[in-house]
Ligand binder design. Structure first.
Ligand code: PAF
Length: 292
């Protein structure tokens, strides 16, 4: 597995692979790799080509300095996991390499209407930072395909728009959320939960499942969401948002236009998000198991 910290040799290497007829298949990450990331690599590998994984904790997408500071950084383990998963090439840039004029980048992309609600409302500027870094990474790596998890649903929709509106010649492949055996969505942030918080954190996926299964049944969307809020608050957590959205990532007015159920909650200083399609079942048999 090749590891590049600098852009020029990475570009040279990938140009040669591309000339040799290999598709460039790109998995961008912020490290702290878990099974969810490995599933993106596996999906890329199944497509056949040069699998490139980037590890970069992007400062411009953190609106909270404490969150940036506490974001897990596990490069040694990440490189071992990437190798084990069959990654061909890792891009591991420094902040200086990615932002040559400083991380208060001179030029920044601005996410529009699709970023106004949900995570965009709670984390002002977050999606501007995501789109700016993803655009820079696409320019550096020049992928044929790029793989993103559905867990960050709003991010995924914005990246699809980035590609459409900025005319990047890349296919975005969306990959389903990986879950622990008890239904908790996998996240690099989960390691920051105490054992008790980890167990109780299940309330998010269960509340979303409740709403998802209730869409189009007896209760109207606002009532479903209110009951879901109570399920989370009963565990002592603060709801950031709960929503049923349409395909523009705006609140669904009716069950017929409901595409996805989204939620975010704060577990102390740890912010967890999750989402699922309408009518989704977690298929969890034993909600008490803890497979972290
Ligand atoms: O989803 C992530 O891990 C990050 O937002 C991404 C897409 C790698 C950009 O930093």
């Amino acid at each position: 597995m090749k590891v590049f910290k600098a852009i020029s040799p990475l570009r040279e290497y990938l140009a040669a692979r591309s000339s040799a007829g290999q598709q460039i298949l790109f998995v961008p990450t912020m490290g702290a790799l878990h099974t969810g990331h490995v599933s993106l690599v596996e999906r890329a590998k199944a497509d056949g080509g040069e699998v490139v994984l980037s590890i970069f904790v992007n400062p411009t997408q953190f609106n909270n300095p404490e969150d940036l500071e506490k974001y897990p950084r596990t490069v040694g383990e990440d490189l071992a996991a990437a190798k084990e998963a069959g990654v061909d090439c890792v891009f591991l840039p420094s902040v200086e390499e990615m932002y040559p004029c400083g991380d208060k980048a001179t030029v920044s992309l601005k996410a529009g209407k699709m970023a106004e609600l949900w995570c965009g409302a709670s984390r002002p500027g977050h999606f501007d930072g995501v789109l700016t870094v993803v655009s820079a990474l696409f320019n550096i790596v020049g992928p044929d395909k790029a793989y993103f998890g559905e867990k960050d649903w709003q991010q995924l929709q914005l990246i699809k728009r980035l590609v459409l509106e900025q005319h990047f010649p890349v296919e975005i492949v969306s990959c389903p959320t990986m879950r622990e055996a008890d239904g908790l969505a996998m996240s690099s942030r989960n390691v920051r939960l105490s054992a008790d918080e980890r167990l109780k954190a299940l309330c998010l996926s269960r509340a979303l499942e409740f709403v998802s299964q209730g869409i189009g049944q007896q209760l109207a969307l606002p009532e479903l969401l209110q009951k879901a809020r109570v399920m989370i608050e009963a565990e002592g957590f603060e709801v950031d948002y709960l929503a049923v959205i349409n395909d523009e990532v705006l609140p669904a007015e009716t069950a017929a236009e409901a595409v996805r159920v989204l939620g975010a909650m704060n577990v102390g200083a740890v912010r967890l998000i999750d989402n699922m399609p309408a009518g989704f079942s977690l298929n969890v048999t034993d909600v008490n198991q803890n497979n972290m």
